[in-house]
Design a protein around this ligand. Structure first.
Ligand code: CA
Length: 222
């Protein structure tokens, strides 16, 4: 399993790293919250310290939760009940109190990943919505059997929205999936790609703008 350790204390990070590796997992350590937000997608479990030098750990947690269902275990320096409660309310799967016991750490990692596995669906390889067909493997989208001349980004955007048809996909989820950074400062480029995609689809009302949240494609288009 790929484990991300977000911890600014070198000694603590080294101990966690050794523990994770001893159990046969792979570990990557970052010491800043901003780095966690950038690299999180490669990992299956995230160990998140709450006291980080750049961004408060709870804020990092909330931001991660907006974009990933990845199991997150928070690490608290002491038995800080308030942080634990806030962490769990903000979407942490579990918590560990430092100093972390090796056996406990591994047991918690096993438990949260087992739980997460129940929700992990298999990846879709083709999506059909009315007259629209998307071949995810070949990266081709066709409308009424006519191939749409989409750019790579327009295709990714369409496949993402269509893969979640019936649900709202937030701007943060889109930015994270397409650019690897949910909190991209210049999110205006998304609007540009969306305009291009809509122009090529020529299906008014197909991609619905959910004001202030994100976008949705209906599961059963007319
Ligand atoms: Ca710390």
């Amino acid at each position: 399993m790929e484990v991300l350790i977000v911890e600014d204390d070198d000694a603590m990070a080294a101990a966690l790293d050794a523990a994770v590796i001893s159990a046969g997992h792979r570990a990557t350590r970052v010491s800043r919250g901003a780095d966690a937000l950038l690299v999180h997608r490669k990992f299956e479990v995230i160990l998140l310290d709450l006291g980080l030098p750049d961004i408060d750990g709870l804020e990092v947690l909330r931001k991660l939760r907006q974009v990933t269902p990845c199991p997150i275990l928070i690490l608290t320096a002491r038995d800080d009940e308030r942080s634990v409660v806030l962490g769990l309310r903000s979407g942490a799967d579990d918590y560990l109190v430092k100093p972390v016991k090796l056996v406990e750490l591994l047991a918690r990692i096993e438990a949260v990943t087992r739980r997460a596995g129940r929700f992990g669906g298999t990846r879709q390889h083709s999506i059909v919505l009315g007259d629209l067909e998307i071949d995810v493997d070949r990266r081709v989208a066709a409308l009424s059997s006519r191939v749409l001349p989409l750019t790579a980004t327009e295709f990714d955007l369409l496949a993402l929205l269509a893969g979640h048809a019936g649900s709202v996909v937030t701007r943060e989820q889109i930015l994270d999936a397409l650019w690897g950074d949910a909190f991209l400062a210049s999110s205006r480029s998304l609007d540009v790609h969306l305009t291009g995609l809509r122009a090529k689809l020529q299906l008014p009302g197909f991609i619905i703008n959910v004001r202030g949240v994100g976008y949705r494609i209906e599961a059963n288009p007319a």
